[in-house]
Design a protein around this ligand. Structure first.
Ligand SMILES: NC(=O)c1ccc[n+]([C@@H]2O[C@H](COP(=O)([O-])OP(=O)(O)OC[C@H]3O[C@@H](n4cnc5c(N)ncnc54)[C@H](O)[C@@H]3O)[C@@H](O)[C@H]2O)c1
Length: 361
């Protein structure tokens, strides 16, 4: 049984576990300005199309110019809005990402960025860590860790810029688990990270990929314990193998016979997290649909009273019982936040008092 004083769920503003059977309205994304890296294909394109149709302003950032521009044209036509843009961005290049965020600020109809999806990712490219192919040469070849560059450095650049710009999103609301359903045009501060089942399980031979997706999980679990101080909510998706262009032919062969999940389930899970601004600090794993009973135990297909699910919570209990360092650190952040509130109030009172004297413009 967890001791209460070691439970920091409320202190980090983590929302209750996500009830994926609870209805939500995708139109709650309306009015949000959202950047999606790697947005030209797969999940990114699925998010972009769905959110554009539901009234969001979407920035598709990708190295694939052709696909990105074509997608944005389609989104503009289907949504009837001009507020969707393709921006060329190589996530491994810092300046390229700086320019992306600047462009979004400039073109956003309300001048802010509400949400960022760090979605760009690739499977193993470059050196194979478990087989460096150096047996016929005397010196080990210098490794090429392209996947690490895209999936870790790129994601960290995106997160770093999001943590800079989101708190500057004027009039945006801080996440609050107790609030009523958000409704459209709720200004937000949201980072959606894209992990993988490879964040949770070993993945043979794809060692850069497995390492990088474990890193994304580490980023999520660490960032969600302090981002609340800037009013930023952080969530994570961990899809199993899902049918998008990222899955190579060999992978498809291994998974033949129905083991792959459906992109629409990932898009639905991501849309719930994006639309419902009450959800903070939560991770959802998405796989092929399975049958479960009332206790969420697996049961055979067609079991009477069973229900089909594809989405599960992962790492739900991190904050229920924490170690002394985390408890004290989170406690300190809460004190800082309270002090900031008092300082802000004191400045407002001083301004109000000085206003009639004409000392403030
Ligand atoms: N499909 C799956 O089975 C699966 C499972 C778990 C996690 N994921 C993750 O989901 C995310 C999206 O993958 P997807 O399945 O939609 O694949 P995808 O290949 O369809 O899309 C990835 C996009 O990222 C872009 N990209 C690659 N390198 C880039 C760079 N340097 N800068 C900017 N953009 C770049 C690509 O051009 C492409 O448009 C990735 O992070 C991936 O690891 C996918």
């Amino acid at each position: 049984m967890a001791k209460d004083h070691n439970n920091v769920v409320e202190m980090v503003r983590q929302s209750p576990p996500v009830d994926t059977t609870e209805p939500y309205d995708p139109a709650w994304v309306a009015g949000k300005t959202i950047i999606i890296t790697g947005g030209a294909s797969g999940f990114g394109a699925g998010f972009a199309k769905k959110w554009a149709l539901n009234g969001a302003n979407v920035f598709v950032a990708d190295v694939n110019r052709e696909k990105g521009k074509e997608l944005v044209e389609e989104m503009r036509k289907e949504s009837g809005s001009e507020h969707h843009h393709f921006v060329y961005c190589d996530v491994t290049n810092w300046q390229s990402q700086v320019d992306l965020f600047r462009t979004a600020i400039k073109l956003s109809p309300h001048g802010g960025i509400d949400a960022v999806v760090a979605n760009a990712g690739i499977t193993d490219v470059g050196s194979t860590v478990d087989d460096p192919k150096g047996l016929d040469v005397k010196e080990p070849p210098e490794p090429v860790f392209k996947t690490i560059d895209v999936n870790i450095i790129g994601v960290l650049y995106t997160t770093h810029l999001a943590m800079f710009w989101l708190p500057r999103n004027d009039k945006s609301t801080k996440p609050s688990p107790s609030k009523l359903p958000p409704g459209p045009y709720t200004r937000d501060r949201h980072i959606l990270l894209i992990g993988s089942i490879a964040s949770l399980c070993p993945i043979p031979h794809q060692i850069q990929y497995g390492t990088s997706k474990h890193a994304v999980l580490g980023l999520f679990r660490s960032l969600r314990s302090s981002s609340f101080i800037h009013g930023v909510r952080v969530n994570l998706l961990c899809p199993y193998f899902i049918d998008t262009p990222i899955i190579p032919a060999a992978g498809r062969l291994l998974l033949a016979g129905g083991a792959m999940g459906k992109p629409e389930d990932v898009v639905d899970a991501g849309t719930r997290l994006m639309a419902d601004s009450r959800i903070a600090g939560r991770a959802l794993a998405i796989g092929p649909k399975v049958m479960i009973d009332d206790e969420w135990q697996l049961v055979p297909q067609n079991t009477k009273g069973g229900k089909e699910v594809a989405v599960w919570e992962a790492y739900a209990d991190d904050f229920v019982e924490v170690d002394a360092f985390t408890r004290r650190f989170v406690g300190m952040l809460n004190s800082v936040e309270r002090t900031r509130g008092w300082i802000g109030w004191a400045i407002d009172v001083a301004k109000a008092a000085l206003y009639p004297l004409g000392l403030l413009k």
